[in-house]
Design a protein around this ligand. Structure first.
Ligand code: HEM
Length: 510
């Protein structure tokens, strides 16, 4: 560059021009940058909340919980490029509105269904309208019957005495670390397959490694499918899927393994169809000749997800919390002892359905643990028509709405000042468990789509917790550190829950 040109560049008019341009740009950016109201997400011109999202997407739960905490109504609007607009709420009034009062305006919606379709197909978790109604109706017969309860009881006690207790007893002898989350997932998987499809995969039998490929594939499929919602560039996953590349390639492989497993169940059940009709949930669906094998496969996958990943997640967090709340563990032991004495039972005897119902303190402790670590931590619906939500927040057609169960459990306005503490007593009134309003505690969802397996889940979780706690000391490794979370379709622990198991000598406890 010669000197004449340099002089021209730095002449007064050029200097003024550049200064004016910078000033206008600054004023434009300043005027379009929306300072967040108290709490909520920070928005930037053109990119909306994207910078915050990119920075925090690996701690999405905590980030969104912090954002909602300081909002006056505990709801925040969210925009990011790719036409992603929505509301995230921890307000019980909004939750009641979307899950019950204006249920018709808030289906799962096209976006949700499209993201999970490869994994869940048209199963009950991923369908709306008639397709959902028919599955709900068919399945509810199974969940409503008394026989289900006894069937669950039989299966649960079989799995406890023949598989869970031997696995834990072996761990005492070998003194090896055990991943309790993995054990609980295997338990729940065996249990749901037996109850729903009358198939016993025996994942917790033998050396506890059977079905490992399937378990891994199922986890990967759930995590990668839910990860599709959190791409920085929305819908990039579709391009990756088209080119069968990266995580989408992995996802395709895992889904194939899951599908093969479900197809095997269908094949064996169709062969045995004439012999066993109406015996379990799957036979009710097989009984309808209009249901294609693909649809049956989708039904199976949804039920495995419902049955395997929820109770195991809930119990993993429960055992971790218990490891540094010895007072709660002592109260559970006392309650169990009282029930055993009253019914002249010994440690190790199976608890009956009525005895389980009498365990109010244990019920409270498990509910309290799910308040802080809900297995389904966030859940999303789509808005069909514009409206103003009960707390005054506007929601537009095509926007998503996420009700944030994890944040709700940590909201002072709902649970009081000690909302972050593990206090089972808050659920008890004169020692009796008190149900909470399901819109303040939507851990099982609420309204017409409330979880079908809630009672079954409590039976299973209480049976496991009671049998384990009275016989074993679960020594959680590194208990002072909160396990890292994976926000899959359910809230899992990233590295499992490593524990050492010791024998419990009950008389030493008091
Ligand atoms: C701690 C255990 C459990 C929790 C916290 C839980 C929670 C939930 C939640 C939040 C939903 C709504 C999901 C959505 O629509 O996006 C749901 C639905 C459902 N759950 Fe559970 N669940 C649990 C255990 C079970 C079990 C053991 C079963 C039995 C197989 C089950 C069966 C179902 C079914 C079939 C639905 C679909 C209901 C519908 O869409 O109409 N759940 N559950």
């Amino acid at each position: 560059m010669n000197t004449a040109m340099e002089l021209q560049l730095f002449s007064l008019p050029s200097f003024l021009f550049v200064s004016l341009l910078s000033l206008s740009l600054y004023l434009y950016l300043y005027s379009t940058y929306k300072k967040p109201r108290k709490g909520g997400f920070k928005f930037y011109p053109l990119v909306g909340a994207l910078p915050g999202f990119v920075k925090n997407r690996h701690r999405f739960l905590e980030w969104t919980t912090e954002a909602l905490k300081d909002c006056p109504t505990h709801s925040a609007v969210f925009h990011r490029p790719g036409k992603v607009h929505g509301v995230i709420t921890a307000n019980p009034l909004n939750v009641e509105h979307i899950l019950k009062t204006n249920f018709e305006n808030y289906p799962k919606g096209e976006r949700f269904i499209r993201h999970l379709e490869d994994f869940l197909g048209q199963g009950i978790f991923n369908s709306d309208g008639e397709l959902w109604k028919v599955q709900r109706k068919t399945a509810s017969y199974e969940f409503n019957t008394r026989s289900l309860r006894s069937f669950v009881m039989e299966n649960v006690s079989f799995e406890i005495s023949n598989r869970l207790v031997p696995t834990l007893t072996k761990a005492i002898k070998t003194e090896q670390l055990l991943d309790l989350q993995d054990v609980l997932e295997r338990f729940a998987f065996d249990n749901i397959c037996k109850v729903a499809f009358n198939v016993d995969p025996g994942c917790l039998s033998g050396d506890g490694t059977a079905g490992s490929d399937f378990m891994l594939a199922f986890e990967e499929a759930a995590t990668l499918s839910s990860g599709r919602f959190r791409y920085v560039v929305a819908y990039l996953w579709r391009i990756k899927k088209f080119f069968n590349f990266g995580s989408e390639r992995k996802l395709k492989k895992s889904i194939q393994i899951v599908h093969d497993f479900a197809n095997d169940i269908i094949r064996s059940r169709l062969e045995a169809k004439a012999a066993k009709l109406d015996e379990d949930l799957l036979s009710r669906f097989i009984g309808n000749y209009e249901n294609s094998p693909e649809f049956l496969r989708d039904i199976i996958i949804s039920f495995i997800l419902a049955g395997r990943d929820t109770t195991s997640s809930a119990l993993s967090w429960f055992f971790w919390l218990l490891s540094f709340h010895p007072d709660v563990e002592r109260n559970i032991l006392k309650e169990l002892e009282t029930i055993r004495k009253r019914n002249e039972k010994n440690i190790g005897d199976t608890y009956s359905f009525d005895e389980l119902r009498d365990m109010h303190y244990l019920h409270a402790a498990i509910s309290e643990s799910m308040r802080l670590y809900p297995p389904v931590a966030i859940d999303t619906k789509a808005c069909l028509k514009d409206e103003i939500l009960p707390d005054g927040t506007f929601i537009g057609e095509g926007w998503f709405i996420t009700y944030h169960v994890y944040a709700m459990g940590r909201t002072e306005a709902i649970w009081g000042e000690n909302c972050n503490e593990f206090v089972p007593e808050r659920w008890l009134e004169n020692g009796i468990y008190r149900q909470e309003n399901p819109f303040r505690y939507p851990v099982f969802q609420a309204g017409p789509r409330i979880c079908l397996g809630k009672d079954m889940a409590y039976i299973q979780m209480k049976s496991i917790a009671a049998s384990v706690i009275e016989r074993f000391v679960i020594d959680v490794q590194d208990k002072d550190k909160c396990p890292d979370k994976v926000l899959s379709l359910t809230l899992r622990m990233k590295d499992g829950l490593p524990v050492k198991v010791k024998e419990r000598h009950v008389d030493v406890i008091w």
